[in-house]
Design a binder for this molecule. Structure first.
Ligand SMILES: Nc1ncnc2c1ncn2[C@@H]1O[C@H](COP(=O)(O)OP(=O)(O)OP(=O)(O)O)[C@@H](O)[C@H]1O
Ligand SMILES: C[C@@](O)(CCO)CC(=O)[O-]
Ligand SMILES: [Mg+2]
Length: 304
């Protein structure tokens, strides 16, 4: 085989971002936004995307470059040309780093017949994110590998969410590493205040699991909105996110909250299927870029 193309999905959190970094439970959904990586045998290492054409470049392509170097420890990669295309907004809380990492791992895994299974891919992807971000839970890379709705750290597949899902992008770049570091500092300065907040977020996830199983979207929405209040308390919301969140709620969403690191990036709303367009319009009216999407069962996969 000379060439292969793999893709991996982005994700949204129902509950649990930031708390999951400290071992609390979270529920995360793979969504139908994908990053595609084509890998072709070559004489040199070439990485190409809208970010530009380079070789190994830890400034422009930290995740992809780290994957190539890590996979080179497993198999002999004399040269590889990687072409990346993506419909996942970058630095926006939708797991773009995890998706590009997982898709690149799987493309090289299959092209060089390394024999890595899904768990190996997710674990390797998590190690790459931790190496680059300093601190990272396994959530984003696990969900991007497996697809569907997943409770972490249990790594338990849950029922599919089949109500409307509307993402609102503030268009403000948010660095996961920076936001995670900010929460860590707050936790260090006020452990008796922040620790109970993080464990309450974990309890929200455990409570929400039963509602996901029963498709009780209004109850899920109540818990998501409480989770949002706690994310605000640990300092990861922003005026732009708040504008989109309240516009969505006022337009009939079951819920609206930050998804991912916060500080900018995206919020997510769960809506009745019939209200998705109306909620998307409300988000657009207050300056957000709305994306109507749905949960995907397809984790990392071969495209051709
Ligand atoms: N399509 C892509 N091609 C190359 N690199 C990408 C691509 N998408 C994301 N990245 C890398 O991932 C980085 C963004 O990762 P980061 O974790 O900060 O945000 P995110 O993954 O989009 O959001 P979150 O982690 O909160 O879900 C980019 O700066 C870039 O280095
Ligand atoms: C903020 C965080 O919980 C989610 C980022 O998408 C960080 C992580 O879990 O690695
Ligand atoms: Mg990321």
């Amino acid at each position: 085989m000379q060439k292969i193309t793999c893709s991996a999905p982005g994700k949204i959190y129902l509950f649990g971002e930031h708390a999951v970094v400290y071992g609390e439970s979270a529920i995360c959904c793979a969504v139908d936004l994908r990053t595609q990586v084509q890998a072709c045998l070559s004489d040199t290492v070439q990485i190409s995307s809208v970010l530009g054409d380079t070789g190994i470049d830890h400034d422009r392509y930290p995740y992809v470059s780290s994957v190539v170097e890590k996979m080179s420890e497993i198999t002999d990669i004399k040269g590889i040309k990687l072409c990346i295309k993506s419909d996942i907004p970058v630095g926006s809380g939708l797991g773009s780093s995890a998706a590009v990492t997982i898709a690149t791992i799987q493309a090289l895994n299959l092209l060089f017949e390394c024999g890595l299974g899904a768990e190996d891919i997710a674990t390797l992807g998590h190690s790459i994110e931790k190496k680059i971000q300093g601190v990272a839970s396994s959530t984003d890379t696990y969900v991007s590998t497996m697809g569907g709705v997943v409770m972490v750290p249990l790594k338990k597949k849950l029922h599919i969410i089949d109500c409307g899902i509307v993402i609102g992008n503030t268009g403000k770049f948010s660095s996961t590493r920076q936001l995670v570091s900010n929460v860590a500092q707050l936790k260090k300065n006020y452990p008796k205040i922040i620790d109970p907040i993080l464990s309450t977020i974990g309890r929200i996830s455990l409570t929400g699991e039963k509602m996901v199983a029963k498709k009780e979207y209004e109850s899920i929405g109540v818990l998501m909105n409480i989770n949002q209040g706690l994310l605000d308390a640990i300092g990861v919301s922003s005026p732009e996110l708040a504008d989109l969140i309240y516009a969505a709620r006022n337009a009939g969403a079951y819920s609206a909250k930050i998804t991912g690191a916060g500080g900018g990036g995206c919020m997510v709303a769960l809506t009745p299927l019939s209200e998705a367009e109306q909620v998307a319009s409300a988000i657009t009216r207050v300056g957000g870029k709305a994306i109507i999407t749905k949960v995907t069962e397809h984790g990392v996969r071969v495209e051709h």
